[in-house]
Design a protein around this ligand. Structure first.
Ligand SMILES: Cc1cc2nc3c(=O)[nH]c(=O)nc-3n(C[C@H](O)[C@H](O)[C@H](O)COP(=O)(O)OP(=O)(O)OC[C@H]3O[C@@H](n4cnc5c(N)ncnc54)[C@H](O)[C@@H]3O)c2cc1C
Length: 465
């Protein structure tokens, strides 16, 4: 008899398991795949000896996560690039996100004051900002003044935030950071996504996990096992009878999966809500083995861990709006990383890897390799000559790899007003029924390898135990 069985070993499932095990509970994690980790894995996707991050790669949210810090995972090291993020433009310039907020602002020239008043303000009050961005729902009510200051900026659409900036570099910086929200930049709270990620660059950096993102879940799994917890891979839970006897079940899955498995153990209105959640857009991803470093025209881009490839704010806004309208942009916005600049063990000496994806309509089967490569070539002429091997994955491949990525969604549900305020429901978002809980990125605070959904859900479950 277990105290808790967790379905799914993504970062949230593992953090939930560790939180429960640290409270002395007997915990079992059941994982469908052959390997643990869900959205935080590393594998030789192209060539032997070349290590690619299968899903997540860059970890401002991991490095800034209060629960990850509290766990003191001494066997997990962050590898920081010299420049957190660079965003090249056609004139050879680039907006840079540096660790130092003053230098970041100064390099934006005429937009220095706008940067200081927005990103700088969120970074200066990082303890509160991260508390609201990654805290439990309604955390802002505990510190109303700080909550109002953060909320005033964060709840805006990114398009409003961009209006404060005048230079192409400043506006592109806003567009690229807010583009991580995977919804049109005119949507409410897209500014909050951009501001939190930008401010994290100053507060905690945008590191890679040394050795690959898989190191994060390996460290969590080791901690769990040291506390007596158990993990079983190749153990997909299809129906309730697949679960061993347990007091509590926690789902690190889509709400619809939890509703299907739990059946009438979950109240009808909750199950209906779980089934009706809208997925975010899909993702098309490429992992590339390269014979050398990417020859970015802008020299600073060569030292950056993450590169936002998409040109101006207007181009990014257009590309994201097209995706939301069900179209494939000819010039997509690409989130790319080149981990070897900070973590050389990823590939044999002298060679490099590229991790890159763009948003596509949910369920798209379009191969976006050419548009992605064309965008990179635009800012790094000669890139194509370095390509040695490519692993490409469309939305169906992503969904086949991880049931949580249905339609290629990597955000655990769309970041709409509803997906923000009622994720997946307004009150008690982690609790499906008295002894059944949801702990995945489909609960607050949402997507990212921070483990906070798992931690908040486990605390709710502990009250039931
Ligand atoms: C391409 C891509 C790029 C990303 N980039 C970043 C990034 O750079 N930085 C960042 O912070 N985040 C990034 N993310 C997002 C991040 O990976 C996710 O938000 C995070 O992994 C969510 O964690 P989770 O535990 O909620 O779910 P997941 O990590 O999705 O884990 C869920 C697990 O549950 C298992 N499962 C599902 N159903 C069942 C079942 N019925 N029975 C048993 N097991 C089941 C799955 O196999 C999976 O292992 C990215 C994601 C993708 C896909």
């Amino acid at each position: 008899m277990f105290d808790a069985v967790i379905v799914g070993s993504g970062p949230n499932g593992l953090v939930a398991a560790v939180t429960l095990a640290e409270a002395g509970k007997r915990v079992l994690v059941l994982e469908a795949s052959a390997t643990i980790g869900g959205g935080a894995r590393t594998a030789e996707l192209t060539l032997p000896g070349v290590r690619h991050d299968v899903c997540s790669s860059v970890h401002p949210l991991g490095a800034g996560s209060p629960v990850m810090a509290a766990l003191h995972l001494t066997d997990l090291a962050w590898a920081h690039p010299e420049i957190a993020m660079a965003h090249p433009l056609d004139d050879g310039s680039a907006a840079l996100l540096l660790r130092d907020p003053t230098e970041t602002a100064t390099r934006l020239g005429d937009d220095a004051a706008a940067y200081r008043a927005t990103f700088g303000s969120v970074a200066r009050h990082w303890e509160h900002s991260v508390g609201f961005a990654l805290g439990p729902p309604l955390a802002a009510l505990r510190h109303p003044l700080a909550g109002a200051r953060f909320g005033r900026l964060a709840l805006q659409p990114a398009s409003w935030l961009a209006r404060r900036f005048r230079t192409p570099q400043g506006r592109a910086l806003v567009g690229g950071l807010a583009g991580h929200a995977a919804v049109p930049l005119t949507r409410i709270a897209t500014a909050g996504v951009g501001l939190t990620l930008g401010a994290a660059g100053h507060a905690v950096g945008w590191p890679f996990a040394a050795g690959g993102s898989g190191a994060i879940v390996d460290a969590l799994a080791r901690r769990l096992r040291s506390l007596g917890g158990e993990i079983r891979t190749r153990s997909e839970v299809i129906e309730w009878s697949d679960l061993p006897e347990t007091h509590v079940v926690m789902f690190d899955t889509l709400p619809s999966t939890a509703a299907r498995i739990a059946g009438d153990r979950i109240p009808g209105r909750v199950a209906r809500r779980y089934r009706s959640l809208r997925p975010g857009p899909g993702v098309f991803k490429v992992d590339v083995a390269l014979s050398g470093p990417i020859p970015w025209t802008n020299a600073d881009c060569r030292r950056a861990g993450t590169i936002h490839v998409g040109g101006t704010y207007e181009e990014i806004a257009r590309a994201e709006a097209m995706v939301a309208a069900g179209e494939h942009p000819e010039h997509p916005f690409i989130i790319a990383s080149q981990p070897v600049v900070a973590d050389p063990v990823r590939a044999p000496a002298g060679t490099h890897v590229l991790w890159a994806y763009c948003h596509v309509p949910s369920g798209s089967d379009r191969d976006m390799t050419d548009p992605i490569f064309a965008q990179i070539e635009r800012f790094a002429p000669g890139f194509g000559d370095l390509v040695v091997a490519v692993n490409r994955r469309n939305t169906a491949d992503l969904a086949a790899d991880n049931a949580n990525q249905t339609g290629g969604d990597i955000t655990g549900g769309e970041l709409s007003l509803r997906g923000l305020l009622a994720r997946p429901k307004v009150l008690r978002p982690y609790r499906a029924a008295k002894t059944i809980f949801l702990c995945s990125a489909s609960t607050p605070p949402g997507a990212g390898v921070h483990g906070m959904c798992g931690h908040h859900a486990a605390r709710a479950a502990l009250r039931a135990l």
